[in-house]
Design a binder for this molecule. Structure first.
Ligand code: ADP
Ligand code: MG
Ligand code: ZN
Length: 491
């Protein structure tokens, strides 16, 4: 960023809670059904229809709040947020306003300094103040078809109307686009981890708005903020914020000013465009929803939810470092998803070697999963079999190199490690009587290297090991090869 300027960012996230039915009626929340098939008088906003709060939405809201370290209010109030839009047939959205479900959280996230290419260099903790998490209903969707001014039709699909959302708002605590990026990823993982939301930005069940302003370093007042919308992935959000910072600084440095407005990000054009100005902003005329009583959740209810919460990602990462002696980066990667952490722990137990299990999963297994686009849940190798493979190697039955081939084969066929080793006649040769003749051959085929080695060029040792391993088709036990080579290369 340009010298002398500081960026201020606050984020608003809307996460769809993973309920089967909508927040105030029994209609299905299933995605992709025939338009308007999942609707009823309540979510269509027909006169006289009355909302009834979905208990499951409150439970998932509580899981989300607890996963982010927020305080849950025992009493909160639903409020009408009034505005007109075709996808909102009631003319108002049921949300929460001055008495939200949950507020005041201090969330510690990890954030990285990055190089020009966006690669993380150093990770450090940062505490983010979360202002609130409230419950509300989603609106429907306007669908536009055809060409403007030619044969353009607009349709309204109300299947999404009434889907439960948690809106999570932060204080203006972020100082760079990457901090915002790391925060959204943290929240996404936390919500997925506790099963509160699928939190998939591409499917639209996690949406994010960024409020951005800049100020001169040393200023204590905030500058005018611009709200950015249409951020369809975390990466796009980061691009949009970067663009917006530049735009605002350029405006101010050339004697202009920043206007408070909402802007849309266009990823293809790589720029933000004005959507509406402050003057066009709505006055929502909030008032308490007369058709719903205040939401009262007891301490027992909250403690009941807490009791069913899984160990949270950061706690699990710390435990992995303590219990399994993993490095920070190993433990972080293995807790990037709950299913991966579960997989790892089962593999580590079966292997009776937690470090080896971490290595095999992080390198070979994740490579196979990524290359084939397979999620961990669908991994064709059960974690116990990763353990079995590691034991075959540790017992010296096969070499590490053979192990890599076995793992690929396991991934392809789903067969157990022992079966593949047996079928392919893989055995590790540890018998010096079988290895010595190979070593003799390599020594006589490479007289020049032998001479150099004996003259003191010790770096050539690796060359000999490689040659012997190759000649044995990877079957020779590397430990024995090392010992015998040392012996035979001696002057
Ligand atoms: P609004 O009423 O316009 O929605 P809020 O006060 O509710 O504004 O804040 C919305 C979001 O904008 C919050 O995440 C908040 O932290 C952030 N925000 C507020 N002021 C600024 C600012 N000057 N620069 C950047 N973000 C800000
Ligand atoms: Mg706002
Ligand atoms: Zn309905």
């Amino acid at each position: 960023m340009k010298n002398g300027w500081e960026t201020i960012i606050g984020l608003e996230i809307h996460a769809q809670l993973s309920t089967e039915s909508k927040i105030f009626c029994g209609c299905s929340t299933r995605f992709g059904d025939e338009p308007n098939s999942n609707t009823c008088p309540v979510c269509l906003g027909l006169p006289g229809a009355l909302p009834v709060l979905n208990r499951r939405a409150v439970e998932l809201g509580a899981r989300a709040a607890l996963a982010l370290g927020l305080h849950i209010n025992e009493r909160s109030v639903f409020a009408r947020k009034n505005y007109f839009y075709p996808d909102l047939p009631k003319g108002y959205q049921i949300s929460q306003y001055d008495q939200p479900f949950s507020e005041r959280g201090e969330l510690e996230i990890m954030t990285a300094e990055r190089d020009e290419a966006g690669h993380a260099r150093v990770w450090k903790p940062k505490v983010v103040q979360i202002t609130r998490l409230h419950l509300e209903e989603d609106a429907g969707k306007n669908v536009h078809e055809g060409l403007p001014d030619v044969d353009r039709y607009s349709y309204v699909d109300l299947n999404r109307a009434g889907t439960p959302l948690a809106e999570i708002v932060t204080e203006p605590d972020f100082r760079s686009s990457w901090e915002a990026y790391d925060y959204v990823n943290h929240v996404r993982r936390a919500l997925q981890w506790v099963g509160a939301s699928e939190a998939d930005m591409e499917k639209g069940n996690l949406r994010c708005e960024a409020n951005v302003s800049v100020r001169k370093i040393g200023d204590t007042n905030f500058g005018t903020k611009v709200e950015l919308k249409n951020l369809n992935s975390v990466r796009f959000m980061q691009h949009a914020i970067e663009y917006e910072i530049e735009r605002q600084i350029n405006a101010l440095e050339s004697g202009g000013r920043v206007v408070q407005e909402t802007r849309l990000w266009d990823e293809r054009a790589g720029e933000t465009r004005i959507m509406r100005s402050k003057e066009e902003a709505h006055d929502y005329r909030y008032f308490p929803e007369p058709d719903l009583p205040p939401l009262v959740v007891t301490r027992d209810f909250i403690e009941g939810v807490r009791a069913t919460m899984p160990e949270l990602p950061e706690a699990r990462r710390r435990r992995f470092m303590d219990q399994y002696a993993l490095s920070y980066s190993d433990a972080s990667q293995l807790t990037s998803e709950r299913s991966l952490a579960d997989y790892y722990e089962r593999a580590a137990e079966a292997a009776r070697n937690a470090r080896a299990a971490a290595n095999w999963i992080r390198t070979d297994l994740l490579r196979e999963l990524e290359a084939s686009g397979t999620p961990v849940e669908k991994c064709p190798i059960p974690p116990e079999e990763i353990g079995a493979l590691i034991r075959l190697i540790e017992e010296g039955k096969i070499s590490g190199k053979q192990g890599k081939d076995v793992l690929s084969e396991m991934f392809r066929t789903g067969k157990p490690a022992a079966k593949i080793v047996e079928e392919q006649g893989m055995v590790q040769v540890s018998d010096a009587g079988a290895i010595d003749p190979i070593i003799d051959e390599i020594i006589s085929a490479n007289p020049k290297q032998v001479e150099q080695f004996r003259a003191g060029k010790e770096s050539l040792f690796g060359f000999f090991v490689g040659q012997v391993m190759k000649a044995s088709q990877g079957k020779a036990n590397p430990k024995v090869v090392n010992e015998r080579l040392k012996e035979k290369l001696k002057v």
